[in-house]
Write a protein that binds this ligand. Structure first.
Ligand SMILES: Cc1ncc(COP(=O)(O)O)c(C=O)c1O
Length: 371
């Protein structure tokens, strides 16, 4: 039997026993949902609350400030459509060029209608990530909102949240953070980094399912937002059906809209519980990422990730030479049960709980032959 070498935690996280745990959670759901009684909603909404509580504990979010979202892009859309009009109209929205493209597509698409200018801070020529100092330089009092990427998906660069949040406060801007690539491997707490809102998924280092994203917002801002994407579940009482009496819930539930997509939340609970019980994930990751950097240096491959551990997420990206067909490399490695991916010439390597030193050695032994 082969022992798969798994380096795709930036895409889908794995942990020992995940398939079995998730199957049990989804079978439990089926057992509730397929019974001809009226107990479904109380039970599954209670389980969704457990999902939200696990997330609140993970990032130190106060009660009532966090709800689920289908994905990060819809989470951002809900937030944008809820902000008071004067927060963005006539202002700049600041984002770095190495943000997740989906969020840039969204912001670009709504900029005209919402009346803001999207300012994208570029990556300097020959570099792989946007420097924190370049974001700070571009950030003036006219920035209504800055969307920060905690850890980037193309270089695993971790931005300096302390400096950026402090600057955002001085400029009077709203600051949101996309936690997706860092959460679950790099500790994050709202106590240390009090953003106006954070958005994320449970899919990557947290090892959850697709569809289980989150929105978290500070309570006093929640009270000012009126999400356009709204529905019966945005209310304190979803069963208040008087057409002239719609009223937002006082807390993060106002970001809910139609019937909540509970299955993804329930499917992610075992992974979030597993994650909450772990202590050595980052140490293990650091040992393997250091080894990857060492091997890449020995192989003569250029590292596309900061070497400084304080500026790094859980991945190491490596630039393959221009003449190499990266898809052939990915396929060849796959045929040896080594799982990686590429974005352009950038090979993305994210070792996690089920990845070992032997896997890293096997990867570079194979890569030496291929490049
Ligand atoms: C930084 C970052 N943000 C967001 C996402 C996912 O966004 P969505 O849930 O909208 O697909 C990813 C996925 O790779 C990501 O790397």
């Amino acid at each position: 039997m082969t022992d798969p070498a798994y380096f795709l935690y930036h895409s889908i996280g794995q942990y020992p026993g995940k398939a079995k745990d998730m199957a049990a959670a989804l079978a439990d759901f089926s057992g509730i949902w397929g019974v001809p009684d009226d107990a479904q909603w109380p039970k599954v909404l209670g389980q969704r609350e457990e999902f939200l509580a696990l997330w609140r504990r993970l990032i130190d979010a106060p009660d009532g400030t966090l709800t689920s979202a289908e994905n990060v892009t819809t989470a951002l859309f809900s937030i944008l459509g809820g902000l008071p009009k004067d927060r963005l109209r006539g202002k700049r929205v600041l984002i770095a060029a190495d943000c997740f493209p989906s969020l840039h597509f969204l912001l670009n698409g709504v900029a005209d209608r919402m009346g803001f200018t999207l300012h994208t801070v570029p990556i300097r020529t020959g570099e792989f990530w946007v420097r924190t100092e370049d974001i700070l330089d571009a950030w003036g009092h006219d920035v209504g909102l800055a969307l920060l990427t905690f850890v980037t998906s193309t270089s695993s660069h971790r931005c300096d949240l302390t400096a950026l949040l402090a600057h955002g406060r001085d400029m009077g801007s709203l600051v949101g953070i996309d936690l997706t690539q860092g959460i679950g491997i790099i500790p994050f707490s709202l106590d240390a980094h009090p953003a106006d809102f954070v958005i994320s998924t449970s899919l990557k280092w947290l090892c959850g399912t697709p569809g289980a994203g989150i929105i978290q917002m500070r309570q006093d801002l929640i009270e000012q937002v009126t999400p356009e994407l709204r529905g019966w579940f945005s209310q304190d009482n979803p069963f208040s059906w008087d057409l002239d009496a719609f009223d937002y819930a006082p807390d993060a539930r106002r970001f809910d809209h139609g019937t909540p997509s509970v299955m993804a939340c329930l499917g992610s609970i075992p992974a979030l519980k597993w994650h909450a019980s772990q202590t050595g994930l980052l140490t293990h990751n650091r040992q393997l990422t250091d080894l990857i950097i060492q091997h890449a240096d020995d192989t003569g491959l250029r590292i596309a990730t900061p070497r400084d551990v304080a500026q790094r997420g859980g991945s190491v990206m490596v630039q393959l030479p221009g003449h190499i067909d990266t898809q052939t490399v990915v396929q060849d490695l796959r045929s040896r049960s080594i799982h990686v991916d590429c974005r352009g010439q950038i090979l993305r390597l994210s070792p996690g709980a089920i990845t070992t030193q032997t896997h890293v050695d096997a990867l570079f032994k194979a890569l030496k032959g291929l490049v």
